[in-house]
Write a protein that binds this ligand. Sequence first.
Ligand code: HEM
Length: 398
Amino acid sequence: MLSQKTIDIVKSTAPVLEVTGTEITTRFYKMLFDAHPELLNIFNHANQQQGRQQTALANTVYAAAQNIDKLEALLPAVKNIAHKHRSLGVKAEHYPIVGEFLLKAIKDVLKEDATDEILQAWGEAYGVIANVFISVENDMYNEAETKEGGWEDFKEFTIIKKVEESALITSFYLQPKDQSIVSSYLPGQYISIRVQIPGQEYTLNRQYSLSSAYTPEWYRISVKREAEHDPKGQVSTYLHDKIDVGDSLEVSAPAGDFYCDVNEPTPIALISGGVGVTPMYSMLASIADKNAARPVTFIHAARNKEVHAFAEEVTENMSKLENGKSYVVYEQDDANSELTGYLNADKLEKMIDQNSVCYVCGPVAFMESVIQSLVKIGIPTERINYEFFGPSLAIETK
Ligand code: HEM
């Protein structure tokens, strides 16, 4: 339990963190990796380079400080991060290391303003916040391991099939090397892939949504080829160009809190842009398998026909549904469709049942625009679920 004095100090200094938050976390990461370069095997270097991770951590620490006396308000956000931590192999023993360097960074940036009393209070508060994460993550590790077909950390999988889905997206079918079944997942969840690229000092990890309905024999991911010179593209380029049938990859068990409840009867709208189709397709296929009576609207926006993935599979699943509607919106010239251009409120209003629960996934600009359009056509925000690919930049505490 934190004393009232500690709570008061942490809450009163939290606004200072808001101003200097990213400066502190940038400094923190530099010192952390200088002292513990082995942690570079876990962190995504591309996110680091873009400063996205620093912002995400800063936002969380700030939000946690504001809520230090009612941390339960943060639980949904903690769970979201804990899923990511668990899927990357973050363990209880890492927390004191992070705590040590976070305090050192606060001291470095705030200088004489960081009195011993303030540092002591933040040290205690960090301990409380860390314990919440550790406890949630322990439960997640236990669940991942004890589930049928489950495992705790990373496990070796073999590529049994590689399929080009579009000019940019290729699917990889992954089977456990030990021939065991794979643990089940909820449609929308992701796995982490860990690769050691020849010539690279550290392993690289990436999260990919599972892109099919669950089947016990394999997982499928569908990877978009990113630009090779972009640090974000290192793993996708490696997978596309170097990984083939018979090769192995390390995989951690499914994770994530962006998923739909397949068995609900309410109408559902699945809206995707580009490679954001992967979790949406998994939801569609799972509903078509298990709850074909559910009204489903599947809306996919792609730049053009060449980069449009899963067209045939979507049609196949539509035919299994009793009440399914599917729309494709090409951004560029499509003489055959009046839908050509951006997906806007006018188009969405004609496609979506007002009572739908909506799931949105795609590039950030696409998501922002679709979410605004959904709100504009009267869909309440609590019925709009979305997932950004990459670190969440904002954290909801209300
Ligand atoms: C990701 C917060 C402790 C490793 C994240 C994210 C946040 C966060 C907000 C971004 C989640 C997202 O992608 O949306 C925190 C907080 C911590 C903490 C508040 C302490 C209380 C740790 C520890 C480690 C760690 C101890 C391990 C050394 C990571 C990694 C990622 C991550 C590897 C993924 C980032 C990437 O993409 O590179 N964390 N974290 N975190 N965290 Fe933590």
